[in-house]
Design a protein around this ligand. Structure first.
Ligand SMILES: C[S@@+](CC[C@H](N)C(=O)[O-])C[C@H]1O[C@@H](n2cnc3c(N)ncnc32)[C@H](O)[C@@H]1O
Length: 209
């Protein structure tokens, strides 16, 4: 299915138009959100991702924020830097791909129970396409969890994100989901566990009736 368009060309623009692969060529072994955010995210994952889940951590790095005491079936990772992903202790396997150049996932239809995107969706220039790919790769009743705060690499975030308030960002993610199709109405979590605001959009793919 071809997703509807949410963003126009101006809204997809980044300040830094240089290749994303160059920006991410050096590994960054840093945290992008504060500890309270990370703990809240691990709790949300613990509530939403049962043991035995097959999960893809999309736009990942050396960390995935998964709870330590849950045994997943298989954890697939994606990101831009192989060194970071290789150091991520949660990942059973990983692939690198610039989703602004190729917005497809090398995953079969209905293969995943869950997809997570943490602190990253603002870098996607064609999020409608990527979310449509996620909907394809998730099984019916699978879950997508998109979390974000107010921090980012501003030169690499798209204009629509840079110019939006936090609530508008949550609404934007909801529009991506609607445009991609295949998801039930999402739940939006808005909290302030520490300094960094915690936002998460949690959506399930429609179950076959
Ligand atoms: C701020 S880091 C967040 C990493 C990790 N999810 C976390 O919670 O710390 C942003 C991530 O977005 C991903 N990313 C950025 N630009 C991308 C692009 N053009 N295509 C695919 N992934 C991209 C990279 O994996 C990068 O590590």
């Amino acid at each position: 299915m071809v997703p509807e368009r949410v963003l126009d060309a101006a809204a997809r623009e980044k300040i830094d138009t240089d290749d994303d692969a160059r920006f991410y060529s050096q590994p960054r072994f840093v945290q992008h959100v504060d500890e309270a955010f990370r703990e809240r995210l691990a709790d949300l994952y613990a509530e939403s991702l049962p043991a035995g889940t097959t999960v893809l951590d999309l736009m990942s790095s050396h960390v995935s924020h998964f709870p330590e005491d849950v045994e997943f079936e298989r954890v697939l990772g994606h990101g831009m830097n192989g060194e970071e992903l290789g150091a991520n202790p949660y990942l059973d396997e990983f692939f690198t791909r610039d989703l602004n150049r190729k917005a497809t996932l090398p995953v079969e239809d209905d293969a995943l129970d869950a997809v997570t995107i943490a602190a990253s969706i603002q870098y996607l220039q064609y999020p409608e396409r990527v979310v449509a790919e996620i909907a394809r790769a998730l099984r019916p009743g699978g879950v997508l969890i998109v979390s974000f705060s107010n921090r980012c690499f501003p030169t690499k975030a798209i204009r629509a994100w840079r110019e939006a308030t936090m609530d508008e960002r949550a609404a934007l993610v909801e529009r991506y989901l609607r445009a991609a199709g295949g998801f039930d109405s999402p739940e939006v979590v808005r909290e302030q566990p520490g300094t960094d605001p915690f936002y998460a959009v949690v959506a399930r793919t429609r179950s076959i009736a």
